[in-house]
Design a protein around this ligand. Sequence first.
Ligand code: 2PG
Ligand code: MG
Length: 414
Amino acid sequence: MKISKIQALEVLDSRGNPTVQTTIWAGEIKATASVPSGASTGVHEALELRDGDKKRYNGKGVLKACKNVETKIFAAIKGMDVSHQEKIDNTMLELDGTENKSKLGANAILSVSMAAARLAAKCQKLELYEYLAQAYGYTPKLTSKPLFNVINGGAHAVSSGLDVQEFFIIPQSGKFSEKLRMGAEVYHCLKKLLDAKGLATGVGDEGGFAPTLGSNEAAFKYLIEAIKNAGYVFGKDFKLGTDAAASEFFDKKKSLYILKADKKSYNSSQIYKMYKAWLDKYHLELIEDGCAEDDIVGWKFLTQELGHKAVLVGDDLFVTNLVRLQMGVTQKIANSILIKVNQIGTLTETLSAIKFAQKNKYKVVVSHRSAETNDDFIADLSVAVNADYIKMGSLSRGERMAKYNRLLEIENLL
Ligand code: 2PG
Ligand code: MG
């Protein structure tokens, strides 16, 4: 079970940009993991190390990060027991020594952290979700509700003109395989509907459609129609949700949320009113990043006004960071946290954020990034920690299906 060899490879993610894929060996046994990447990244996220060499991949190469894995990191963790996750992660944190992992790169560190966990599971002949559940004191459960992001806007589909980044359909009951089927049926009805109206049905970064709709609200109307066309009852079989990703349309200088598609703007003490109107009209179950990452005033209004009737998720707000989450709990803002392993960069830190959230009754949403690989680690993670929700994209694109198909396998195993 001792780490004997490491290799890191520059591979491409689903947006066609380089990312780090690391393989770790313990004797003859090996395991591989690759790292996702965001587009609407929070300013408080750990740093993704990019080469900056404009002659390669527009400066986005990750050869330095790969080198860090094979040299500095390997030298520090060689010979360690692969199941000593905390020790491996803490060794890398010490070696890096910076607040935001800028020396080694969060991409370098995370690839090792994930591959180590996968290798430990393999060595113990356990499924990854079983291993993680055992290691962190859970009983594996696949009860999370999927947030299917079937209309993409914002930074994930700039040509759509939508300010809001993600529009979710949320199936309300049935086991995972049934929820997946329901989601896929609505997805296909949505495609038909858009086709019939002569709207674009090419997909955005997360596999949702990216039509030019003219207003953010229009997206909800299409979702409701598609749900009905698929034979489901809106409000009972499906509810809706959104990731506004509001940091992206918050003008810091003017201190205003500017929604271009709606020709409207709001300040921090008003923005909740827009969501309240949407919530009442469209049965919103969940709103992610309704306010910008550092707009604590906006978050307070939002939480006071809507926190009792909607799941309010902090993504850019918390960045899977225990210290940011502690601040949120103290300030009583949001009531849920988005969990993205690469925002923080190690499995150990990810788990401490999850545990703290659960202890404080914040809901947990295990999430992908807008650029992914076929790595399905987060499927196992969500089952291991009994996530309340999962966010793994729409019902198309291979890198999203990899996660859903893994969940189908896990459902079968469970
Ligand atoms: C988000 C994510 C994933 P990105 O904002 O929640 O949907 O997007 O990976 O681009 O930050
Ligand atoms: Mg988000």
